[in-house]
Design a binder for this molecule. Structure first.
Ligand code: NAP
Length: 317
């Protein structure tokens, strides 16, 4: 699809010159998702089934604290109750399991998220499996992760669904496109790859051991990068006219000596080459928070795991 043909529902900022790419505005899309779901939140509250999300964290990691505060602000805007439950850093796996079971059993809690990282030596997988899949609003329980295989948009990993929402908002038709996902984590890269496959994109997944990364990325009509390495993707690695979704979050020191957050792509170099691109910050991040809240709404409504709330379009135009 030509950029100029895009439907009016695209959540984009047109940059100053017409030859510049479309910037996929995550903040605007997040607001749109919230507006879409607002009547459902109101209906739940009126019926007495209040959405309530509890974030369980272990220890006092500063970055986690800041991350959860961002979610808390998001929840406030949605009218969703959000509590942070902090366990001492010395809590062992049994103790965390006990806390998760208590949240599973609490009828007032409709969504649970287990904040990572966990203290050294405690694996996340077994604990994620302990979360009631009906309350697993991060989509990390195997029962919900399985939804990616079916291409269903239930309680799926929030960032993966955010990537799909941003692509949908760009107006690109994924069927038959060459998609390349860089990074194959269980929570981002792999779920995104499965969801792109489910939309009939021909999908390649690259990772640390991929021999010639650029050889693959240059074929991509849709390039999703989720690694956590600033500057990994440069302009020469991007096919002209590609749609680029940058999931990475990296704290770097700018030329002015100030700390700033950047993605995995060299934005200034890549933007002029591609058709559309997500900024960092302001791209995938805000949409991920919106999806977490959307998942909490679905969980509160009692949607069974693997139920299918609808294929694309994911959100109303
Ligand atoms: P992760 O678990 O560390 O996974 C990173 C992936 O990148 C791994 O599959 C790794 O491969 C691969 N990789 C490492 N070096 C590579 C290289 N040189 N070339 C190609 N692939 C390489 O991280 P994640 O949780 O998926 O997150 C990825 C990034 O997205 C991070 O910056 C994170 O902060 C960010 N993130 C953002 C959001 C958001 O809301 N915006 C949400 C989640 C994550 P191996 O497994 O083989 O090592």
């Amino acid at each position: 699809m030509c950029i100029r043909d895009r439907p009016s529902a695209c959540y984009v900022i047109r940059m100053e010159t017409p030859d510049q790419p479309l910037q996929l505005d995550g903040r605007a899309l997040a607001t749109r998702i919230r507006d879409d779901y607002a009547p459902r939140v109101a209906a739940l509250r009126e019926s007495g089934r209040r959405p309530r999300l509890v974030a369980l964290r272990v220890g006092e990691d500063a970055a986690t604290k800041a991350y959860l505060r961002g979610q808390q602000r998001g929840a406030e805007k949605w009218g969703i109750e959000y509590d942070i439950q902090t366990l001492p850093a010395s809590t062992n796996e049994r103790g965390i399991r006990k806390a998760i079971r208590a949240l599973n059993a609490d009828p007032e809690v409709t969504g649970i998220m287990l904040a990572l990282p966990l203290p050294a030596g405690i694996g996340a997988r077994a604990l994620q499996r302990e979360i009631d899949p009906h309350k697993d609003v991060e989509g990390v329980h195997p029962e919900n992760l399985g939804g990616c295989l079916y291409g269903r948009y239930g309680l799926l990993p929030c960032t993966a669904l955010a990537v799909m929402a941003l692509l949908e908002s760009s107006g690109i038709e994924l069927q038959g496109k060459q998609a390349v996902v860089v990074g194959h984590s269980e929570i981002v890269g792999k779920p995104v790859a499965l969801l792109l496959l489910a939309q009939d994109a021909t999908t390649t997944v690259c990772h640390k051991f991929t021999g010639n990364l650029a050889e693959h990325t240059r074929t991509a009509d849709v390039l999703v990068v989720a690694v956590g390495k600033a500057g990994l993707i440069t302009a020469d690695m991007v096919k002209p006219g590609a749609y680029v979704v940058d999931v990475g979050i990296n704290a770097v020191t700018g030329d002015d000596g100030k700390h700033k957050i950047v993605g995995d792509t060299d934005y200034d170099g890549v933007a002029p080459v591609c058709a559309a691109i997500t900024p960092v910050p302001g791209g995938v991040g805000p949409v991920t928070v919106a999806i977490l809240m959307r998942n909490t709404v679905l969980a509160t409504e009692g949607m069974p795991p693997l139920d299918d709330p609808g294929q694309l379009p994911l959100f109303t135009a």
